[in-house]
Write a protein that binds this ligand. Structure first.
Ligand code: ZN
Length: 227
């Protein structure tokens, strides 16, 4: 994003503030439910392994990774990586995140379409994000329109990526909560803790999507302003 003024500027500020709020909210919610252990005392790594094994995916490794909220499933290497606060912990937050990542592994095994689309968009989306600032600077400083047009086309893929991320993330959380409940890894009000953590995480993706859509809108307005 770049701070040139146009009618969408207040919208951009709003989306950025929402993004910062979402980041803070997911961190504080995760911290709160990290302090509450589940009754069965299974760790995040154990639950992730159990969930994928129940689906015949027991060959998928579950590995620890450094950092906070760095948890992810890597479809190209078929590895499930859990951050240290999740991997060895029995908290409601840890189980929610672990089951969510296991949900991504199951999506991948099932060939869940939004995930396949999302994965295929990664290189183009990265290119689009890298071209955003040069395109805006080129458009404003040098009135070099072709660069703005290239920027718009490339950034479109970054927007598509952030949009298709939403069904992938919501579906993984839905699967997670259903499995945690039916398998009895979490019971009763324990599920609410995991649900709140996953909801907070989903909000960060919604905010990122809004920022990317607004950036695209601003690029289009910039191109039109120079016509
Ligand atoms: Zn996810």
């Amino acid at each position: 994003m770049l701070f040139f003024y146009d009618p969408t500027f207040p919208l951009l500020i709003l989306a950025v503030v929402l993004g910062l709020f979402a980041q803070h909210h997911v961190q504080s919610t995760f911290a709160r439910y990290s302090r509450i252990s589940s009754r069965r005392r299974l760790t995040g790594a154990q639950v992730a392994k159990l969930i994928v094994s129940e689906r015949g995916l027991g060959d998928i490794p579950v590995e620890p990774i450094a950092g906070n909220l760095t948890d992810h499933y890597d479809p190209s290497q078929r590895v499930l990586r859990l951050s240290e606060p999740v991997y060895g912990n029995t908290s409601l937050a840890a189980l929610g995140v672990a089951a969510h990542e296991a949900g991504h592994a199951i999506q991948h095994a099932e060939g869940y379409a939004p995930m396949a689309i999302r994965h295929s968009l990664v290189p183009l989306a990265n290119l689009g994000s890298q071209l955003l600032i040069p395109a805006i600077i080129g458009g404003i400083l040098f009135s070099f329109k072709p660069l703005v047009y290239i920027g718009i086309v490339a950034y479109f893929f970054a927007v598509a990526f952030s949009v298709v991320t939403l069904p992938v993330e919501f579906d993984a959380s839905r699967r997670a909560l259903r499995t945690l409940e039916t398998s009895g890894y979490l019971v009763g009000e324990e599920l609410d803790g995991a649900r709140k953590v996953l909801k907070a995480a989903a909000m960060t993706y919604v905010a990122a999507m809004l920022v990317s859509v607004i950036n695209l809108l601003r690029l289009i307005l910039l191109a039109r302003a120079r016509d």
